[in-house]
Ligand binder design. Structure first.
Ligand SMILES: [Zn+2]
Length: 57
């Protein structure tokens, strides 16, 4: 059987899918955009720009 071709194609597709899942925000479902916010007062923290855009911040 076409073991090599089939396997590599499947792997590429699976990898692309995993990558897409990893870069998708679990909160808003959009492409995750995390930034480090360093306010003049208070602790620095990670902010989700994707959620802010989606109005779920
Ligand atoms: Zn989000």
């Amino acid at each position: 059987m076409a073991k090599d071709k089939g396997t590599s194609k499947t792997n590429v597709a699976a990898r692309a899918e995993q990558k897409a899942l990893a870069s998708t925000c679990k909160v808003c479902g959009n492409k995750s955009e995390l930034v480090m916010r360093v306010p003049s007062v208070g602790k620095r923290h990670m902010a989700r720009l994707c959620c802010e855009k989606a109005g779920k911040a």
